[in-house]
Design a protein around this ligand. Structure first.
Ligand code: SF4
Length: 628
């Protein structure tokens, strides 16, 4: 049996899973070891050093001392409720978690009051999202108190667990599990043990390994196994609708923008081996997926150096990213020695013809090579859509944000996109009210937004996030009413641009990838719908969305359980009595398009690319007729 240990000498709760040792400390709230050893650990310390050498019950250096504790594989009586906040990375993480729990036999419910396991996959990027999670925790905490006789495991996973776990447990001792994004491969074991031990007033703790060394990260990258689980068995890819799927290209981020917590919560940028990514895409395509979205915090910086690959049991491991910093010039090492993002994109396109659409998010404006633009131009199934946040039109602001590029460089990039792929749609992000931003600097942001002609732009009012450099070092000195004012100005400017871009398509027939019924249709129908078991209560930003949404992709979520298909158009039409349903899909340029279909034909439309003639538009939506 192959057994590896982390380098720390002692820890509680050593468990065997798949011939690997997983380390987890189980402590009571007072910091005392749950295995009843005499020593205790402070909660503070547990978060930074999970295995303080404080437990004398078990010495992991003596593997025979550890008692194997297998995962229970039939949990059919146990129901999981999972709510997801945040970006596509979190959506993908939730999909993988659900796949794991599905494989262990857990059932799912979209009603948290029925669940034995309540999980919140959290986001720390916005204060608002965090507030929502705390509000949820308060409600579940009350429920746990009211139902003391029933085991209810409450888990917080994702960025808040990593960033704010200590404070969270002080405020809500009912939280049983914390699991950061870098430890999600261990979540089933954490839940399983919490269930087995009926873990009232106990915590299963994961250490913060978010920025561990590259060697250690590569050597212990069991997260890769989590991603690869879909390659072994794509049918467990719960959370994916039948036709679209996310595939991770990189994890983490090395950019350290001063306002952003991601480099601390998701850790160092790790690049997955290209063969793993391709294999996962192929397996998903074999399982019927038609559209893949490649995910990375700065996806275009993907770069795998084959000369430096670490092999464990002959399997290449993800490696810490050493991004190429050659501007838009071609990477001189690409080829046998290095797989660049352009190489990867090209291979996905060429080697997997069953994929009808290939997308990628999110791009970083610096060092976005012309080679990537050439690949998009030359490969028709790669979508004509680039989401590339600018964040500000002021060089001083960009410098304070540590973005690493100038406005001039950003404009140059947008010009190159227009030159190589004139039909491409571009989406942006802007932050208003960053500390010390003057009116004149804000005006530069408005100018840049207008010049870029984004098809849509995500505008954020700056809010200082604990754990970021800006929070620690730059006073948040812009009054909220000024932020609101600037936010509204920018949104109004963007609405005008979006409207004019969308209006330009009236009269044209566009190829639309049909995703499901529209969110409007879904909202109407789900209001009166009772909660279902064996459905996953997956919501984003607090909105209960169990069908494809019309909201922007960064806040989109889809039905998450393969056992329960997205709301059926037939069922919707039957319920409405009209015989017609409003379907929703996207163009290659990511323009949301809705159209009515007779319900009898609508089911068969999902997952197909169909011609839609556009006859009307709103700022963010095209309305059309099916021209099949
Ligand atoms: S590039 Fe900047 S904003 Fe994006 S995830 Fe990395 S640190 Fe955060």
């Amino acid at each position: 049996m192959h057994v590896r240990y982390r380098e720390e000498p002692s820890i509680c709760g050593v468990l065997f899973i798949s011939n690997r040792v997983i380390e987890v400390g189980f402590f009571n709230l007072d910091g005392r070891c749950r295995n009843h050893c005499l020593k205790s650990a402070s909660i503070d310390a547990q978060f930074t050093k999970p295995n303080l050498g404080s437990c004398t019950n078990r010495d992991p250096m003596n593997s025979t001392a550890a008692t194997p504790l297998p995962l229970q594989t039939d949990r059919s009586q146990d129901l999981v409720f999972l709510e997801t906040f945040g970006c596509q990375m979190n959506v993908l993480d939730s999909e993988l978690v659900i796949g794991q729990l599905n494989a262990l036999g857990y059932g799912f419910t979209d009603n948290w009051r029925d669940a034995n396991v309540i999980l919140f996959n959290t986001c720390s990027v916005r204060e608002h999202a965090e507030d929502k999670v705390y509000s949820r925790l308060g409600r579940v905490a009350q429920q746990k108190k009211a139902e003391e006789d029933r085991t209810i495991v409450l888990g917080v996973i994702g960025c808040m667990a990593e960033r704010d776990g200590k404070d969270m447990i002080r405020r809500y001792p009912q939280v049983d599990i914390l699991c950061g994004p870098g430890e999600l491969d261990k979540l089933p074991m954490l839940i399983d043990n919490a269930m087995k031990t009926n873990c009232k007033s106990a915590i299963a703790i994961q250490g913060n390994t978010s920025r561990r060394s590259s060697t250690l990260a590569a050597a212990e990258d069991q997260l890769e196994l989590l991603d690869l689980s879909r390659s072994f068995n794509p049918d467990i890819r719960a959370g994916v609708d039948r036709f679209s799927s996310y595939v991770r290209v990189t994890r983490g981020c090395n950019k350290f923008c001063t306002y952003c917590v991601v480099p601390f919560t998701r850790g160092a940028e790790m690049h997955r081996p290209p063969e793993h990514i391709l294999d996962e895409c192929k397996r998903l395509a074999d399982a019927g997926v038609k559209e893949i979205t490649l995910l990375g915090q700065t996806v275009n910086h993907y770069r795998y150096e084959h000369d430096h690959a670490t092999l464990i049991d002959s399997i290449a491991q993800p490696q810490k990213g050493r991004s190429y910093q050659g501007g838009h010039e071609r990477d001189p090492f690409e080829g046998d020695r290095v797989t660049t993002f352009a190489n990867l994109l090209y291979r996905v396109h060429e080697e997997i013809p069953a994929l009808e659409r290939i997308r990628f998010v999110t791009s970083f404006p610096r060092d976005f090579g012309n080679d990537v633009l050439e690949v998009i131009r030359d490969c028709p199934r790669i979508c004509r859509y680039i989401h590339v946040p600018a964040q500000s039109g002021s060089n001083r602001m960009l410098d304070m944000m540590n973005r690493g590029y100038t406005v001039e460089e950003y404009r140059d990039f947008v010009e190159r996109i227009r030159e190589f792929i004139p039909e491409a749609q571009i989406a942006g992000d802007m932050i208003v009210g960053f500390p010390t931003e003057t009116d004149a600097e804000f005006d530069l942001t408005v100018d840049l937004l207008k010049w870029c002609k984004y098809k849509n732009c995500f505008v954020f009012k700056y809010s200082a996030r604990p754990g970021t450099t800006a929070y620690d070092k730059i006073p948040d000195d812009i009054p909220d009413d000024v932020k609101k004012y600037r936010n509204n100005i920018l949104l109004a400017a963007q609405a005008e641009i979006s409207n004019s871009i969308h209006a330009g398509f009236i009269g044209q027939t566009l190829d639309v990838f049909v995703e499901g019924i529209s969110s409007l249709e879904a909202r109407t129908q789900t209001k009166s719908k009772p909660h279902e078991h064996n459905a996953v209560g997956l919501t984003v930003g607090g909105k209960d969305i169990r069908v494809v949404s019309q909201s922007p992709r960064t806040m989109e979520v889809i039905n998450t359980n393969p056992a329960v298909p997205s709301t059926s158009p037939t069922a919707v039409a039957t319920a409405s009595g009209s015989g017609f349903v409003q379907m929703s899909g996207r163009t290659s340029g990511d323009l949301i398009t809705v159209f009515d279909m007779p319900a009898a034909a609508a089911d068969a439309m999902i997952g197909r690319i169909v011609p839609i003639e556009i006859h009307k538009n709103a700022a963010l939506t095209l309305f059309g007729r099916y021209r099949g």
